[in-house]
Design a protein around this ligand. Sequence first.
Ligand SMILES: [Zn+2]
Length: 154
Amino acid sequence: MIAINHTLAGAAIGSLTDNIPFVVVASIASHFVLDFLPHIDQGADKDGRERFRPLIKYSLAAFDVFVSFVIVILLIYFKSSLNGWNVFIGAFSALLIDLVFNVPFWEDKVASVWPLNKIYNFHNKLHDPFKKYEWWGVPIQIALVIMCLWIILR
Ligand SMILES: [Zn+2]
């Protein structure tokens, strides 16, 4: 999924509890759950074809990550009742898997080192079962954004 979905899910988890270890573990787990759902992102389409040339793909991904953290920081800034650190740690933990495994500068390295390669392969395979329904992801991803914002802002 796109970074905005992941960080908002982590931020929502972080807004629910002060238990930091729980926030970290649940946010990382949320990454895998969200990637399992049908979704559209900057990566390959359902037929395995890249949607964008590498430079465009990684620029879009970087922009996505940047915007997602701007949103989280604005939420923390404007909703003073939030525990900002928990929300931020949740957002960061929720994106961690993609930051470790999907950044081109070190992707090849982590993909070849045990035990990281196990997580790398699991993370990649997780996208497959519902890949053919990727366009169902659009309403799912919009609904997720609304749900997470509702949890954070309620
Ligand atoms: Zn992912």
